[in-house]
Design a protein around this ligand. Structure first.
Ligand code: URP
Ligand code: ZN
Ligand code: ZN
Length: 471
C-alpha cells in the first residue's frame, strides 16, 4: 500500500521542516516538499493520505532496554509478555525494542538465546532484537560472543551486581571486554558494586530495616559511581567501547562525563523513572506502594538533585540514550513477595508505553529541543546498536516506522488507561502535554483513532550490525 503523510513537521536528529512523507509497502520512498509537483503527484497516486497538519512526524521510538517475560526464577517472571509489552510500546510510539536473552549461572548462552527467540517468535506487535546477557564469562561464553556477533547479536550485558546469579568479576569482565574489542561488540554494563550492596542489605535487615526505601539506601550512589569508574578503567585497559545502562545518580554521571571528556568511547543511558521519580516521594512510600518503585539502579534522592543533573546530562550528551528498562512486576502476587524484606521485592518498573511522552515533556519545559528528543529516543539508540538506516530516521530506504505526534493534545497516565500488563502505574496521574496520534510500523498503521490496529506477530526479528559509535 502507498501512504502519503502530508503537511506534518518532520523532525530528525538534525533539524525540522515541513515535508510530505511517501511510504510504499514497508519502506519510506520519498520525503517531499509540500505543494511541490512531486508531492502533488504522490498524493494523486497514494492509496491513503494522512493529514498531519499541526502535528509532528518523527521516526518511531527505539527502546533499547526492555525485559518482556524476564524470568527471575522458576515461579516468577516480569508481567508483560512479548505480546502485551510490545502492544503497549506501540501505543506509546515505540516501534522497535531490543530485549535481553537472559543467560545466568547454570545455563548455556545459546540455550538462553534460544529461549528468548522462542518466547518472542510470532508474539511481537513491533520489531524486536536481542542483546545477549552474559551472567558469568567462561571460555564457552567467549567463543559464543564471536559467533553471536556474526549472527547479528552485537551487544552483551554484564552485571557487576547480583552476586550468585548474574554477577561477573573483574577478570571475567576484562576477558569479555577484550573479546568485544576484537569482534566489535558493545559491552553494556549494569554498574553497581553488588558485593558491597549485598553486605549493606544484610546489615540493614539485621537491624530490622525491611521497608522498600532501604533498597535505595543500601544501593548507594557511591557504589554505582565506583562500579561505573571500575568498568570505565577496565574498558580502557581492554580498549573496548562501553555503554552504561540505567544510570541514575549524579555520581555515576560525573564518572561518565569525565571519561567522555578524556576522549573515551563511553556512553550511558538513563530512564524516565530516574528523571521523574525519587527515593523520598516514591520508593519511600510504605509497604506495597513503595515496593512498586523498587528497581536497580534505584530511584535517587531529589534532595541531592540527581534528577536535575540527569536532565542536564541529556542536554550535554553525557547521557546519549533514553531507554525504559521496562521490567514490570505487579503489586499483587509479585511486588508483595518482599513486604517483610526489601531484598525479596522483584526489581523493576514498567514504562515502555510512556517513554516518548515523558521525554517530550523535556521539550515542553525547554530542557530539550525537538531534535534532541528524537535523537535520544530514536536516532541514537538505533545508531548505538546497529539498526540505523532501517530504524531511527525518516528518509528514503528506511523502514516506514513513523509516529505522528500531536503537541496540542494531552495524555494522563494511569493504570486505568495504560496497556501494559501491570496492576499499577509508576507514573500514575501525570499529565503529559502531547499525545501519540498515529503509529506506523513498517508501513502498517498500528495505532490510530485511539485504537490499536496492529496485531501480534506483525513485529519481526532484526539482526543488527555493529554500533556506529565504535572507532
Ligand atoms: O530493576 C531492574 N532494572 N530490573 C531489570 C534488570 C536490570 O538490571 O536491568
Ligand atoms: Zn541492569
Ligand atoms: Zn534492565
Amino acid at each position: 500500500m502507498t501512504i502519503l503523510i502530508k503537511n506534518g513537521l518532520v523532525v530528525s536528529a538534525t533539524g525540522q521542516a515541513h515535508h510530505d512523507v511517501l511510504v510504499d509497502g514497508e519502506r519510506i520512498v520519498a520525503v517531499l516538499a509540500p505543494g511541490s509537483e512531486l508531492a502533488l503527484s504522490a498524493e494523486r497516486g497514494a492509496e491513503r493520505v494522512i493529514d498531519a497538519s499541526d502535528k509532528l512526524v518523527v521516526p518511531g521510538g527505539v527502546d533499547v532496554h526492555t525485559h518482556m517475560e524476564l524470568p527471575i526464577d522458576d515461579t516468577l517472571s516480569a508481567s508483560d509478555t512479548f505480546e502485551t509489552g510490545t502492544t503497549a510500546a506501540a501505543w506509546g510510539g515505540t516501534t522497535t525494542i531490543i530485549d535481553f536473552a537472559n543467560h545466568h549461572v547454570g545455563i548455556g548462552v545459546r540455550e538462553s538465546l534460544d529461549a528468548s527467540f522462542a518466547a518472542a517468535e510470532g508474539e511481537c506487535a513491533i520489531d524486536y532484537s536481542f542483546h545477549q546477557v552474559l551472567g558469568g564469562v567462561d571460555d564457552a561464553a567467549l567463543k559464543e560472543m564471536d559467533v553471536l556477533v556474526d549472527e547479528g547479536i552485537t551487544s552483551f550485558k554484564l552485571f557487576m551486581a547480583y552476586p550468585g546469579r548474574l554477577y561477573t568479576d573483574d577478570g571475567q569482565i576484562l576477558r569479555a571486554m577484550q573479546t568485544a574489542a576484537n569482534n566489535g561488540a558493545m559491552i553494556m554494563m549494569h554498574a553497581e558494586n553488588g558485593i558491597a550492596i549485598d553486605l549493606l542489605a544484610e546489615q540493614a535487615i539485621a537491624r530490622g530495616e525491611t521497608d522498600p526505601i532501604n533498597h535505595g539506601y543500601v544501593r548507594r550512589p557511591e557504589l554505582e559511581a565506583e562500579a561505573t569508574y571500575r568498568s570505565v578503567q577496565l574498558a580502557t585497559v581492554a580498549e573496548a567501547p562501553l555503554y552504561i545502562v540505567h544510570l541514575s545518580s549524579s555520581h555515576a554521571l560525573e564518572v561518565v562525563a569525565n571519561a567522555r571528556n578524556a576522549g573515551k568511547n563511553v556512553f550511558a543511558e538513563t530512564c524516565p523513572q530516574y528523571l521523574y521519580l525519587s527515593l523520598e516521594e516514591h520508593l519511600g512510600q510504605p509497604g506495597l506502594a513503595g515496593a512498586g518503585y523498587v528497581c536497580s539502579t534505584p530511584l535517587r534522592s531529589r534532595e541531592h538533585g540527581h534528577q536535575a543533573d540527569l536532565w542536564q546530562g541529556l542536554r550535554t550528551n553525557d547521557l546519549s540514550v533514553v531507554a525504559t528498562d521496562h521490567c514490570p512486576f505487579c503489586r499483587n502476587g509479585q511486588k508483595d513477595l518482599g513486604l517483610d524484606d526489601f531484598r525479596a521485592i522483584p526489581n523493576g518498573i514498567g514504562g515502555v508505553e510512556h517513554r516518548m511522552d515523558l521525554i517530550y515533556q523535556g521539550v515542553v519545559t525547554g530542557e530539550l529541543t525537538l531534535s534532541r528528543w528524537v535523537e535520544l529516543c530514536s536516532t541514537t539508540p538505533a545508531r548505538m546498536f546497529g539498526l540505523y538506516g532501517r530504524k531511527g530516521v525518516i528518509e528514503p530506504g528506511a523502514d516506514a516506522d513513523i509516529v505522528i505526534y500531536d503537541p496540542a493534545a494531552t495524555t494522563t497516565i494511569s493504570v486505568d488507561t495504560h496497556h501494559m500488563n501491570l496492576d499499577y502505574s509508576a507514573f500514575e496521574g501525570m499529565t503529559i502535554d502531547g499525545k501519540v496520534d498515529t503509529v506506523m510500523s513498517r508501513g502498517t498503521v498500528i495505532v490510530a483513532d485511539d485504537r490499536f490496529q496492529g496485531a501480534k506477530g506483525h513485529g519481526i526479528y532484526y539482526k543488527r550490525g555493529l554500533s556506529q559509535y565504535l572507532t
